[in-house]
Write a protein of this length. Structure first.
Length: 171
C-alpha cells in the first residue's frame, strides 16, 4: 500500500483554504474602503477648486460678481449674483459632489451627501467679485464617515487656493 496515491483534496483541506481566504478578505476590505474614501475627497476638492477657477475667470471676463452655492442636496451651482438681462448668456453650472462626502463651509452645519442621514443646513455661498477675488476668506472641508478631512482654503485678498488634509498647510 506504500505506492497508493490519493486523488483530490479532503474536506478539511478545502475548509482550511476557504477560511484563510475569508480572513484575508475581511482584513483587506477596510483598507480598500479608506483608499477609495481618500480618492473621493481628492476628487471633491479638485472639482470645487476647478469650478472656483472657472468662476474667477468668468467674473474677470464679464466684469460682474459670481457666486458658488453649496446646497444641502450635495450639489453646488455657479451663477451670476445679478443675472444678466437682454441677450447676454447666463452662465450657470450645477454639479454633484461625490457620494457620501460631507462638506462644511466655515462654521456652517455639516451636510451629508448620498444615502446617509442628513443634517439640516443653510445654503451657503462663496462670492467672487468682478475683479476675480473672493469677497472673504473661505474654508470648505470635505470628509467621509471616517478619517481626516480635506480642506480647500481660499484667500480673500489674493484669491489663492490651496487644498490639503486638515491640519496641513495645503497643496
Amino acid at each position: 500500500m506504500a505506492g497508493k496515491r490519493r486523488r483530490g483534496y479532503t474536506l478539511i483541506e478545502i475548509a482550511l483554504v476557504l477560511a484563510i481566504l475569508v480572513i484575508s478578505t475581511a482584513l483587506a476590505v477596510p483598507y480598500m474602503e479608506n483608499m477609495l474614501s481618500g480618492n473621493q475627497l481628492n476628487a471633491a476638492a479638485d472639482l470645487i477648486k476647478s469650478r472656483l477657477n472657472d468662476m474667477r475667470s468668468r467674473a474677470r471676463e464679464e466684469g460682474r460678481e459670481y457666486k458658488l452655492t453649496l446646497k444641502d442636496t450635495g450639489t453646488f451651482c455657479i451663477e451670476p449674483v445679478d443675472p444678466p438681462t437682454g441677450s447676454t448668456p447666463n452662465f450657470v453650472a450645477e454639479e454633484q459632489l461625490p457620494k457620501d462626502i460631507n462638506f462644511r463651509l466655515r462654521d456652517c452645519k455639516s451636510i451629508t451627501v448620498g444615502d446617509g442621514a442628513r443634517d439640516e443646513a443653510e445654503i451657503t455661498e462663496i462670492i467672487m467679485r468682478s475683479d476675480g477675488t473672493p469677497s472673504s476668506d473661505y474654508e470648505i472641508s470635505f470628509g467621509g464617515n471616517e478619517g481626516p478631512a480635506m480642506v480647500v482654503r481660499i484667500k480673500g485678498q489674493t484669491g489663492s487656493m490651496s487644498a490639503g488634509l486638515s491640519g496641513e498647510g495645503g497643496r
